[in-house]
Design a protein around this ligand. Structure first.
Ligand SMILES: Nc1ncnc2c1ncn2[C@@H]1O[C@H](COP(=O)(O)OP(=O)(O)OP(=O)(O)O)[C@@H](O)[C@H]1O
Ligand SMILES: [Mg+2]
Length: 245
């Protein structure tokens, strides 16, 4: 696996980034990686909410210098989470220099070989900066036309910002694997035509009601429903990340 910092973005909101970031972090930890999941949705953090965590310290305290990064992490399912701070105006409007400091602290964190950044929807400055900072960018799309258009916008801006082709596409909530493959092909064709390159498909995650159940119960899918289709698909994603090198 090239690099160790992976950002998960989408453009359109509500396509499953946060759930995927959590479940992928869990799968990678189960495969033996030392994983930190960073809630990079600086305005409306919700990793902690999906998991029912009540962290003692959060990102706001780290940014303010009151708490060291290693003291702010929460441990769950064999991986660590640096929670965000929902609704914090301070973080949403984080000064560029403070964001750089935070990213440098992440890059330097010695305890982890894998860092997953769960990004906010949209294309605001911090989102673009974190996407460009990551070693690899995974763009999540569903079969909704708006999701595809917005995923394309992220891929296009990223190509301009980072000038690298370190991107891959994840199709989430696909009705079937074949339907997910068609969704990928639609997005891939637009990239090939207008950007001149085709990001690979990291994987397809099927739509599965167990996901909603795990989130409603604020539990990890791989613990609550280890044998459901979405669990198998995310585990395959984790393997695919390793295999791509
Ligand atoms: N594979 C799936 N099958 C069924 N439902 C799913 C799947 N993935 C995500 N969902 C549903 O989508 C909802 C939104 O997920 P999530 O909050 O992770 O999206 P998001 O992209 O992080 O949203 P935001 O842009 O607001 O941060 C979840 O509550 C869940 O019910
Ligand atoms: Mg989210």
């Amino acid at each position: 696996m090239t690099g160790r910092i992976f950002a998960i973005a989408s453009g359109k909101g509500g396509v499953g980034k946060t759930w995927l970031a959590i479940t992928l972090s869990h799968a990678l930890a189960r495969a033996g990686r030392r994983v930190l999941l960073f809630d990079g949705d600086l305005g409306l953090a919700n990793v902690d909410i999906q998991l029912g965590l009540t962290p003692a310290a959060d990102l706001a305290a780290v940014v303010a210098g009151r708490v060291a990064l290693r003291d702010a992490v929460v441990r769950i399912g064999g991986f660590h989470i640096l929670p965000g701070h929902s609704g914090s105006g301070t973080l949403a409007s984080l000064a560029p220099a403070a964001l750089e400091q935070l990213l440098a602290a992440l890059r330097a964190a010695p305890a982890y070989d894998t860092i997953v950044l769960d990004l906010a929807a949209g294309l605001d400055r911090p989102v673009r900066r974190m996407a460009a900072f990551a070693d690899r960018l995974f763009v999540v799309a569903t079969d909704e036309p708006t999701s595809l258009t917005d995923a394309y916008a992220v891929l296009k801006l990223h190509a301009a910002d980072a000038r690298t082709r370190n991107t891959a596409i994840v199709v989430n909530a696909a009705a079937t694997r074949a339907a997910g493959e068609r969704t990928y092909q639609t997005l891939a064709r637009a990239c090939e035509t207008f950007l001149g390159h085709t990001p690979p498909c990291l994987g397809i995650v099927r739509r599965d009601d167990h996901v909603r159940d795990a989130i409603r119960r604020q539990t990890l899918l791989l613990e609550r429903h280890p044998n459901c289709p979405a669990a198998a698909d995310v585990e395959a994603l984790a393997v695919s990340m390793d295999a791509r090198g």
